[in-house]
Design a protein around this ligand. Sequence first.
Ligand SMILES: CSC[C@H]1O[C@H](OP(=O)(O)O)[C@H](O)[C@@H]1O
Length: 352
Amino acid sequence: MLKDFEYLSIRYKDEKLEILDQRRLPDIEEWMESKTPEDMITYIKQLSVRGAPLIGVAASVALFVYVRDHPDADRKTIVEVSDQLRNARPTAVNLMNNIDTMIQLSQPDQDKRDYSAEKMAELAYSIVEAEVEMCRRMSEFGAELVQQGEGILTHCNTGGVATPGMGTALGVIRAAHRAGKQIHVYVDETRPLLQGGRLTTYELEREQIPYTLICDNMAATLMAAGKIQRVLVGADRIARNGDFANKIGTYSVAVLAKYHNIPFHGVAPWSTVDPACPSGKHIPIEQRAPQEVQGASGAFGSVRWAPKDSQTFNPAFDVTPNSLITSLILDTGVYDCQSFEKYVEQIKGNLS
Ligand SMILES: CSC[C@H]1O[C@H](OP(=O)(O)O)[C@H](O)[C@@H]1O
């Protein structure tokens, strides 16, 4: 039914769906099977599976696995299961877009009760392949903008760990490196969950791409010293006016880049664009658990520096307004943010 596939952080082989537990990286590479929708929902909520494109792909394949294993499930039950997967995290719109595709395009004929597992397998595989191809295209578009010898700052993790492909912002960095542009990457750690310090360094080490790891509060001084010539970040949801939500801390990097006249780009597949969302003000921002801010685990072991009942603020994302964005680099091209709205209609038309 579903063809086998294997990428850096997700694989489907011998009818088993497995994910690489991103909480354990870079020290431990541990694969975990997802047997049920509940398994996948747990993995997404705890960020074993993370990264907007990967979340959408993983949930889509998990929905196929459910339909495959429940041939007698009726339409109502399958839609309920798809809703549970769809609601696993609220900000990354790839999740909703992909689940909606699976449900809408596998609608059985009116006289049939159930969804075809074969059709679901076909759709899930096409979603995976599309994300891989979108990563390749946006990476190439972005790499053309990168100049020889640039210092590039990136935030969070947007690579092969966060997508079933070469990545979004980190895909651009990969493509520029492979094209021989001798770039140097500045990786900020990305508090509180350290996706940059743990995952982006893990990926750059694997490909021997030169980088410097920095704390989040060091970006400004590097910009002032002229070390950063470009900023490349991912996105979790792009509104039709070009504002986008991305990992918390992105907005502050965008403000710093504007102040220092440094090009700042959001890099994402079309599956991250939400044409129904008018502006960044309308993007739901996930609030996460206090303990993620109250302590950390890693090089210094697991340590808590604030009491369990201490007041915390822990939004997983923030919104960068289009006024701070030099351009959006998508798999369909590079777009000036000030007039992104008019491109949305054009792209929708071309893709339909
Ligand atoms: C290509 S991943 C896009 C996006 O997802 C990440 O969020 P999280 O680690 O919470 O899943 C981050 O915002 C990346 O930029």
